[in-house]
Ligand binder design. Structure first.
Ligand SMILES: [Ca+2]
Ligand SMILES: [Ca+2]
Length: 172
């Protein structure tokens, strides 16, 4: 023990005494938001669906934002479309909010009669394809008139004023 202590003491004496520097690492909240999508990004992209995870809005705010990019709120007309939509959700940058994404379905015109507001065609028109979650649409509280899609691709009618991320598509 004694020998050890002495050796230790010698080592300390021989070492240059560096000043103790305490580095305080400030937690810098680096904005993890994605760069906002621009019309030029849209024009360059071959994608059909654009998942907007850097902002939220009501159904109509989502509608207008998509239009401002030369896009429209997303519609889904087949199982293939829905597959592409869920793939786009999975590939999108992470987001801070929970919940589903607005797509273009609504029954604001006539209760229970859902149309794509962008094309004025009924959900399932021609293809018969819809992908409602079990028990939906249920018009809960008599106040659900806009369609959201869950990450796994099923649809729900929801209060149009609830803030949501949303999905735009290239019109064709
Ligand atoms: Ca409704
Ligand atoms: Ca519902």
């Amino acid at each position: 023990m004694r020998i050890c202590t002495q050796q230790s003491s010698v080592t300390l004496k021989m070492s240059p005494r560096a000043p103790l520097v305490v580095l305080i690492l400030a937690t810098v909240a680096i904005a993890s938001t994605q760069a906002a999508l621009t019309t030029s990004d849209v024009l360059k992209s071959n994608a059909r669906y654009f998942v907007i995870n850097d902002r939220t809005g009501t159904f109509w705010q989502a509608f207008r934002y998509c239009n401002s990019l030369g896009l429209q709120l997303a519609s889904v007309n087949s199982a293939n479309d829905n597959k592409a939509l869920t793939a786009a959700i999975a590939a999108a940058p992470p987001r801070k909010t929970k919940g589903a994404w607005w797509i273009a379905g609504t029954d604001l015109g006539k209760e229970g009669d859902f149309v794509w507001v962008t094309t004025q065609s009924r959900l399932g028109y021609r293809t018969g394809y819809t992908n409602w979650a079990a028990g939906e649409p249920n018009n809960e509280f008599g106040n659900e008139h806009c369609v959201e899609v869950y990450s796994y691709g099923e649809w729900n009618d929801k209060n149009c004023d609830v803030p949501r991320n949303y999905i735009c598509e290239k019109p064709w």
